[in-house]
Design a protein around this ligand. Structure first.
Ligand code: TZP
Ligand code: MG
Length: 215
């Protein structure tokens, strides 16, 4: 179940979009995304009520289409909306504490190596997000790219952990990412910066599903 949901995980906030975020999400949903994360970051990031209102509308769209809606970092927002889950990084609120606060909602944790995967599992994370796999334009404070080899390394020692790969993944690299052992791809720019979002999303979905069926 979780491994299917991670197949094509779309992450977005208003700062990632050149068009109305609701339109972007609608087209991505039509294209076949399997999970969505609201990640409102950057210089022009919405805050307070504006952030809440946008999240609420995006969540509605996801609910209408049975797409799990995950909130990045902001546990209070996730609880207020009754979102499906929360995603936190290594520098955010501690995963074990987040788990206590959100009960059985989904918990995702960003990781960079095997030790962090094991810590996330100990905190009862539902999945880990590993990256950046490749250089990315979408995260200012991204660590150095870890490459496909880190996916293989983690998969060797943690055969069952639900793992989504993130960072610079494109239609051209999606297949290799799955073949290396990821359950799915998480993308911002591959969808947000596409000229035709629905068609691009469909191609990403087909690429991932085809690679997963072969694996
Ligand atoms: N965490 C690691 S890389 C990244 C995040 C949020 C950004 C991914 O965006 P893109 O555009 O798919 O590289
Ligand atoms: Mg974070």
């Amino acid at each position: 179940m979780m491994k299917h949901m991670l197949s094509l995980y779309f992450i977005m906030g208003s700062g990632d979009c050149t068009r109305d975020p609701l339109t972007v999400l609608d087209e991505a949903i039509q294209g076949g995304i399997t999970m969505f994360q609201f990640r409102e970051k950057g210089k022009k990031a919405l805050t307070g009520l504006e952030k809440y209102r946008l999240a609420e509308k995006l969540f509605e769209r996801c609910k209408d289409h049975n797409i799990p809606f995950i909130v990045n970092d902001d546990v209070d927002l996730a609880l207020a909306l009754q979102a499906d889950g929360v995603h936190v990084g290594q520098d955010d609120e501690e995963a074990a504490r987040v788990r206590d606060r959100i009960g059985d909602k989904y918990l995702g944790v960003s990781v960079h190596n095997l030790a962090e995967v094991r810590q996330a599992l100990a905190a009862h994370a539902d999945y880990v997000g590993l990256g950046p796999i490749f250089p990315t334009v979408s995260k200012d404070d991204a660590k150095q790219a870890c490459g496909l080899a880190m996916i293989e390394h983690i998969r060797t020692y943690e055969k069952h952990v639900p793992l989504v790969a993130i960072g610079g993944i494109t239609e051209q690299t999606a297949r290799q990412v799955i073949e290396a052992g990821a359950d799915g791809i998480a993308v911002i720019s591959a969808i947000c910066r596409a000229e035709h979002i629905c068609e691009q999303t469909k191609r990403l979905y087909e690429t991932v599903m085809h690679a997963k069926r072969r694996g």
